[in-house]
Write a protein that binds this ligand. Structure first.
Ligand code: NCD
Ligand code: ZN
Length: 343
């Protein structure tokens, strides 16, 4: 079987910087029309100058220009003033502001501690029409972190009715009803939360390459996410949360959170949607919904996917001895992008 879809969008992507950026960016740029690029560098991308400079590094590393791969840049929420937000909005490629609760995930120490403090920035974003992307977890028992955070989403959605708020990488059944409850709430979903549960991560030998924030959840959570995505839920967009770490930061005590799946996203998604009789919903999930929700540019070309096998390397190598293991490292995938390259 062979299908053609519009060049897709990845609405939540970590590209990093330096050698890791040079390794990771081409994997996304080759087949994607664009991606929402996360700002959790050290230090975070928190003002217009940092955003402009990071965008040029991303385009250079992608080996492309903004015509074929559009990096949509984000600012790390840090109580920016209205003038600072306006300066960011003038910057080419600026897209949204990302809220990290302090300490919730990789490089988020400088995130929001007190939502009261963030009020003026959120109010200004609402006025300026700047979307808010939220890493939706708080402290507490790891399986229920997202559930504990749902009142925060409700509160934000009520207090800022004109603000477009995206629940980034939803992972539980409990988050889904909020999409019906509030017109201004949207969500991204990852490949790994559609594929895996806690048993895959820790039910047998520990699989550190499946360890991410938010953690993969219960079978009933995965089933609810699948049902929503495979039925073509109009408010759920694909956001891979592909988040590369060097192999020695994953295969160690104190492993970093993050699944590196940018190279295998399209074959793995095609296989999963095909197995579930949902191939006709793939294009909407991979861009149609985002285009409607955010007014992204019209499609630029197609990507063909076919059910022909492809072997995934054990790792990808970058500069200075950098090695990164992709999802499905060393295995054979049943689908591939028809040009034979990894995405
Ligand atoms: C991400 C990272 O490594 O930057 N890690 C992850 O587990 N997903 C940060 C994030 O999105 O939480
Ligand atoms: Zn992320």
């Amino acid at each position: 079987m062979r299908i053609e879809i519009d060049r897709p969008w990845d609405m939540h992507l970590h590209l990093r910087d330096g050698a890791m950026l040079n390794l990771a960016a081409p994997h996304s740029a080759r087949h994607f029309a664009g991606a929402v690029v996360m700002p959790n560098l050290v230090p975070p991308v928190a003002d217009a100058d940092a955003l402009r400079a990071y965008r040029s590094r991303v385009l250079r590393a992608a080996g492309t220009d903004a015509e074929t791969f559009t990096p949509l840049m984000t600012l790390f929420l840090k109580n920016q003033t209205r003038a600072e937000l306006e300066a960011a909005r003038e910057t080419p490629g600026f897209f949204a502001v990302k809220l990290y609760p302090a300490g919730a995930t990789t490089n988020s120490d400088g995130g929001v501690r007190d939502f009261g403090d963030a009020e003026p920035t959120l109010r200004a974003m609402e006025k300026l029409g700047i979307p808010l992307l939220v890493h939706g977890e708080s402290g507490g028992f790891v399986l229920d972190r997202e559930a504990e955070f749902l009142p925060v989403y409700r509160d934000l959605a009520r207090r800022f009715p004109k603000l477009k708020i995206c629940m980034e990488h939803i992972s539980t059944a409990a988050a889904l009803p909020l999409l019906d409850e509030f017109e201004n709430l949207f969500a991204t979903a990852t490949l790994h939360h559609l594929l895996f549960t806690l048993d895959d991560l820790a039910g047998g030998l520990l699989a550190p390459h499946l360890f991410c924030k938010p953690i993969v959840k219960r079978p009933e959570d995965r089933a609810a996410l699948r049902a929503a995505v495979f039925s073509g839920h109009p408010k759920i967009m694909f956001g891979s949360d592909s988040a590369p770490h060097p192999v020695e930061k994953k295969e160690c005590a104190g492993a970093a959170g993050g699944v590196y799946d940018a190279p295998v996203l399209l074959p793995a998604l095609a296989a999963l949607f095909a197995e579930n009789g949902a191939l006709d919903k793939l294009e909407g999930f991979l861009g149609g919904n985002a285009r409607r929700i955010y007014g992204l540019p019209a499609p630029r070309g197609k990507i063909a996917l076919e059910d022909a096998p492809q072997d995934v390397p054990a790792f990808f190598e970058g500069e200075n001895g950098l090695r990164v293991a992709p999802l499905f490292a060393g295995t054979r995938l049943p689908w591939r992008v028809a040009d034979g390259n990894f995405s």
